[in-house]
Each structure stands twice: as C-alpha cells, then as structure tokens.
Design a protein around this ligand. Structure first.
Ligand code: NAP
Length: 249
C-alpha cells in the first residue's frame, strides 16, 4: 500500500475496530488519516502510529455533517494530494427495544451509521473517479443480516442492512472507474461497544459462536485491509463475515 492515502472514520477509539484498521493499513505502508468525532482520541492514535514510524494524521470529523466531511476531504486532498482508500467505520449502537426507541434515537443511528456512509462515499468519489482508482470498505454488522447479535436492535440492524444494500448499489455504479466497494460484517468483537456487556449476556452469546470466543478488532482489520489492497481488485459488491461462524451464509 505504499503511496496509498487512506481515510478511516471512527478510528480514534482506543480499543476500536477503526484503530485496528488504521494500524493495519499504516503497517502496510499507507498514509492514514485517523478521522473521528473525538479529535483528541484521533490525535492519540495518530501519534502512536507516528512513533512506530508510520505515516498518520489525526483529524476531527462528524460524519453526520456534510460540511464537516467536505472540510476533511478538502484538507486531505490539500495535504496528501489524493484519496485512494475510504473505510466507513464510524458507528454507534443502542440496546433499545423497538417500543422504547424515540424518533431522535432512530434518526441519530441513521445519521451516523447510514447517512454518514453515503456522505463520506459521495465526498471522496470525485477524486477517486478522476484518478481511476479507489477502494471503499464499509463496516456493516451481523445484525444487519439476521437482527439479533449483541446490539441487534431494530434501528441498528436497519442501518447495518442499509449499509450492505448501499455498498452493492454503489459498487455497480462506480466499477467502471476502477473503484471497488465492499463491506465487512463483524460478529461479536471486543471493543468499547461490547466490553460493557453483562457477563451473563456475553457468556450466552459466546456459547452460540462455533469458535467459542469473541473476535479481536485486528481480525476484522485484516479482512478490511485485504479488501482495500491492490490484490482485491477483482472483488466488488461483496460482503465478508468475520463472526467466528455465528452466521454462515
Ligand atoms: P467504537 O470503539 O465505539 O468506535 C466507534 C467510533 O466511531 C468511536 O471512536 C466514535 O467516537 C466514532 N464516532 C461516533 N459517532 C461519530 C460521528 N458522528 N462522526 C465520527 N465518528 C464518530 O466501536 P467499534 O466496536 O470499534 O465499532 C466500529 C464499527 O464496527 C461500527 O460501525 C460498529 O457498528 C461496527 N461493529 C462493531 C461490532 C462489535 O462487536 N464491536 C460488531 C459489528 C459491527 P466517540 O468515541 O467520540 O463516540
């Protein structure tokens, strides 16, 4: 990935999947933009990577705001000259049952998990089309395929199912420009979203996983890095499960 420039959204969380993805891409030689609502977290991750000799920079972005996304994309184009890879990872979950979901909470999950993916994709596409190359990887979830999961509540599942459909439609539209769009659907992964689970619930969920354990963010990152690589150039509109066998389809 030498000379590649990658934006990873939601990569400022200390134990998150986004950070693991940013580390993996940086290790492979890409210059990585750690973009997060939490600017301090983004800068800490970027510093960690720079200390290891990798190319990284932390940037604030709110994926619910097109203005904020455009500002990020402009800054990256100005500083790095191009954008080759976009990883739409920023996302939130809420364990609220359907009867208790407010319109505000429904809209918030869609604004981050779904509309954010659309806006970030639309914002980077012109430069990818211009250069005839691009790799976009969207983080969905097992919840988007079967509901359930850890926080497989209806609003979360709906956003993650939306990401899968969006990725396939986008993949068809931009394939002619040398741009691939794929998604990755993790199962139960140890991050801030899941570590706070009640131990009984964790045990119950883990029992259902054929590999009998939760996954590491690095295991999701390895799949994302493959889809973002040159070698994956003939894969588009695909969705890869990283779930320990919890869902096989
Ligand atoms: P995480 O550690 O909470 O990371 C999510 C990151 O997104 C956080 O750094 C968060 O920042 C950031 N973020 C939230 N709202 C944002 C916004 N408006 N603009 C920009 N960044 C924003 O969670 P994670 O588990 O690594 O999740 C990463 C992705 O994987 C999510 O899309 C999630 O749905 C998906 N996923 C996770 C699992 C799992 O088991 N962990 C399973 C399937 C799918 P703040 O900390 O400031 O809120």
């Amino acid at each position: 990935m030498k000379n590649r420039v990658a934006i990873v959204t939601g990569a400022g969380s200390e134990r998150g999947i986004g950070k693991a993805i940013a580390c993996k891409l940086a290790k492979k030689g890409a210059a990585v933009i750690i973009a997060d609502l939490n600017e301090k977290g983004a800068n800490i991750v970027a510093e960690e990577l720079k200390e290891k000799g990798y190319k990284a920079v932390g940037k604030e972005v709110d994926v619910t705001s097109r203005k904020s996304i455009d500002h990020l994309v402009e800054a990256v184009r100005h500083d790095f000259g191009k954008i080759d890879i976009l990883i739409n990872n920023a996302g939130i979950a809420r364990p609220t049952k359907i009867l208790e979901i407010s319109e505000e909470e429904w809209d918030l999950l869609f604004a981050i998990n779904m509309r954010g993916v659309f806006h970030c994709t639309q914002a980077v596409l012109p430069s990818m089309i211009e250069q005839g190359f691009g790799r976009i990887v969207n983080i969905s979830s097992i919840a988007g395929k079967q509901g359930g999961g850890v926080f497989g509540t209806s609003h979360y599942a709906a956003t993650k199912a939306g990401v899968l459909g969006f990725s396939k439609a986008a993949a068809r539209e931009v394939a002619e420009y040398g741009i691939t769009v794929n998604s990755v659907a993790p199962g139960l992964i140890d991050t801030d979203i899941t570590v706070g689970m009640a131990p009984e619930l964790r045990e119950e969920k883990t029992k259902l996983i054929p590999l009998k354990r939760s996954g590491f963010p690095q295991e999701v990152a390895a799949t994302v890095a493959f889809l973002a690589s040159n070698e994956a150039g003939y894969i588009t509109g695909e969705e890869i499960d990283v779930n320990g066998g919890l869902l096989m389809d």
